[in-house]
Design a protein around this ligand. Structure first.
Ligand code: AKG
Length: 294
């Protein structure tokens, strides 16, 4: 569903937005079903946690980067309403998907609690420019209901957190574990919501993961981080590095030219395209309709 302007105003002014029912019931159900291509269902996990020990390696073990094994997941990373939101926020259609991942958490696997931190630290070589509106957004689409016991992300509104300097962040150190425990505990907001909710925050916003307190709690989300093409000092994932994975090809073959462009695929009209590049790219992606590039 289209993200309303009032949410966009929240992202600009408070640094985050929450929008319930972002996903339609059908697209949510299809994505939820596809999760089990990557993760154990909660009942399977809790029946035998030791059989899924990979999920307990550390806090981030349950994060699985795109491309994923189903179009029903992949398509959500460039959902039309997400691109529409990013376009309005940045005032540009030249959108770049900086990274996309699925993230599963299961109570008891590991202690997921974090201290407050800002994501620009490993999404940019420099620091946010305070005189400009946010230039990077992190989007989380909840694929399971998230209540207070399910380890909701906690976010500190911009006006509260901006007094904390961007730096120092200790080098060679877990960036999520250096600010004081309990900082802004009264002011932080829990990103709870039913499955299908979108929450988005800027990379200049203090936030943290919180502990899962429900005995058999689990949490599933799809993350898609956007900025615009241009700055050379931002980034996270280099898609060409993943472009030989089996699941990659369906993305290029089924996505529209606009959707492909968020990965850096050359746009129609780009001087890259000529008879040779069209023919060879068609060989690489046999089922892609490349006529818009002719
Ligand atoms: O999992 C979460 O709720 C937030 C995680 C996070 O902020 C991080 O690992 O940087």
């Amino acid at each position: 569903m289209r993200v309303p302007d009032r949410c966009l105003a929240d992202l600009r002014q408070r640094g985050y937005l929450v929008f319930e029912d972002f996903l339609g019931a059908d697209e949510l159900a299809a994505a939820q079903e596809a999760l089990w291509l990557h993760y154990p269902r909660p009942e399977e996990y809790f029946a035998d946690p030791a059989a899924h020990a990979w999920l307990a390696n550390d806090q981030w073990a349950g994060e699985v980067g795109a491309p994923w094994r189903s179009w029903n997941l992949n398509r959500l990373a460039f959902h039309a309403d997400l691109l529409d939101l990013a376009e309005r926020f940045f005032g540009s259609a030249d959108l770049r998907l900086r990274q996309a991942s699925l993230w599963a958490k299961y109570a008891g696997a590991v202690d997921y609690d974090q201290r407050l931190h800002r994501d620009f630290v490993n999404h940019s070589l420099v620091v946010p420019k305070r005189s400009q509106p946010g230039t990077q957004m992190q989007s989380w689409i909840l694929l399971s209901d998230v209540g207070d016991e399910d380890g909701p992300t906690k976010i500190v509104p911009l006006s509260v957190g901006e007094s904390v300097p961007y730096w120092p962040v200790p080098g060679d150190h877990d960036i999520t574990n250096y600010l004081a425990e309990g900082l802004f505990a009264e002011e932080e907001v829990s990103m709870t919501g039913r499955a299908g909710t979108l929450f988005t925050f800027r990379t200049d916003i203090l936030h943290r993961a919180s502990r899962m307190t429900g005995e058999r709690a689990s949490r599933f989300a799809l993350l898609a981080d956007y900025d615009v093409w241009g700055p050379r000092w931002t980034g996270k994932v280099a898609w060409p590095d993943r472009a030989t994975q089996t699941d990659w090809f369906e993305i290029i073959e089924r996505a529209s030219p606009r959707e492909r462009s968020v990965f850096g695929f050359p746009a129609p009209g780009d001087s890259y395209w000529d008879e040779q590049t069209l023919a060879d790219t068609q060989t690489r992606y046999p089922r892609a309709d490349l006529t818009p590039y002719r």
